[in-house]
Design a protein around this ligand. Structure first.
Ligand code: EAX
Length: 324
């Protein structure tokens, strides 16, 4: 074969390769529980867009909804999905140290909560995830939870007595409501609206962001700004998914997660600011005067128990946290 012929043949053989896409896309599946137009939906889509952009499209992020948070964490653990954005509701059942952050009235405000979660204590708890077959990527949030119900206005702990309240599948939250004299009924978020519609429970508690995004005003008449507990969310991924990323892509992954966190928190702040007026506009009776000190006092036996069963030194460190 002459050199010319050999070159021509080489060109023909190379042609199909040149026409093929430069590189196959790797797909990352992310599930979360709320509508696309919510603080969590915005967080997830921001992550997806950022990671696709930062990797020049080498990765494709597929966002799906699944309103059973325990199921999502299990799916991440087995690897049928790559990541979830979930509240800490069920997460303490997988990584017990997370329960520290589920204690009522622990965080004074969003600055306190975000500061602790982004700081040493939050990072130490994320470092506990790998021992449970999970990677805790970053803390995002749901916001401060408020109590809603269909029976009457709640202002004091006495008003909560006897109410059947749906809680998350979270033993710290359940203990709090038992201590207040309510009847906590744990269930997945997917079961919440039917349970409220059928009257299986009288009430529930969630941040304004969740109440607004899911139109819970359609099934609940009263909301009280109890802000009884801060509700973190966390981005959790499968260890193999993260392990497959090379160091450079791992850094981009984290950068995308930080963008998601920023978008998510900004949306929670905006929802909180506009939420009371919005829910009143939708017909809810919103009680803003709450005897917070009375709620805290009523929880004293539960606080004493958590001092024993959770890490008391870390709880103190969280309470003592101050902004720089
Ligand atoms: O994470 O289950 C709950 O009440 C959660 O706050 C909700 O699904 C969003």
């Amino acid at each position: 074969m002459t050199l010319t012929r050999r070159l021509a043949l080489a060109a023909v053989l190379a042609a199909p390769l040149a026409a093929a896409p430069a590189m196959a896309q790797t797909q990352i599946t992310v599930q979360h529980a709320l509508p696309a137009n919510s603080h969590t939906g915005v967080g997830a889509s921001t992550f997806g867009q950022a990671f696709e952009r930062l990797t020049n499209g080498r990765y494709k992020v597929v966002i799906q909804r699944n309103d059973n948070e325990r199921e999502m964490v299990e799916s991440v653990q087995i690897g049928t999905i790559d990541c979830t954005f979930t509240s800490t509701g069920p997460v303490g059942n997988f990584v017990p140290e997370v329960r520290l952050f589920d204690v009522p009235f622990l965080f004074r405000d969003a600055t306190h909560a975000r500061g602790v979660l982004d700081g040493e204590t939050g990072q130490q708890v994320l470092a506990r995830f790998p021992a449970r077959g999970l990677v805790g990527v970053i803390w995002i949030e749901n916001g401060f939870r408020n109590l809603t119900n269909s029976r009457h206005e709640v202002r004091t702990p006495a008003d909560v007595r006897g109410l059947k309240i749906r809680t998350m599948e979270n033993q710290v939250h359940m203990r709090a409501f038992t201590t207040l004299g309510a009847l906590p009924t744990p269930m997945a978020f997917s079961e919440l609206v039917p349970a409220l519609q059928q009257g299986t429970v009288d009430g529930q508690e969630n941040p304004i962001s969740v109440i607004v995004a899911n139109n819970l005003n359609q099934v609940q008449r009263y909301m009280t700004m109890t802000r009884h507990v801060y509700s973190p969310q966390v981005m959790i991924c499968n260890p193999q998914t993260v392990g497959r990323l090379n160091a450079a892509d791992r850094a981009l992954f984290q950068q995308a997660a930080v963008e998601a966190q920023t978008a998510n928190r900004a949306r929670v702040t905006a929802d909180d600011d506009a939420g009371v007026a919005e829910l009143r506009r939708r017909g809810m009776t919103v009680v803003t005067e709450v005897d917070t000190a009375a709620f805290q006092a009523a929880l004293a036996p539960a606080f004493a128990e958590w001092e024993r069963t959770l890490d008391a030194a870390t709880l103190r460190r969280i309470r003592d946290w101050q902004p720089n």
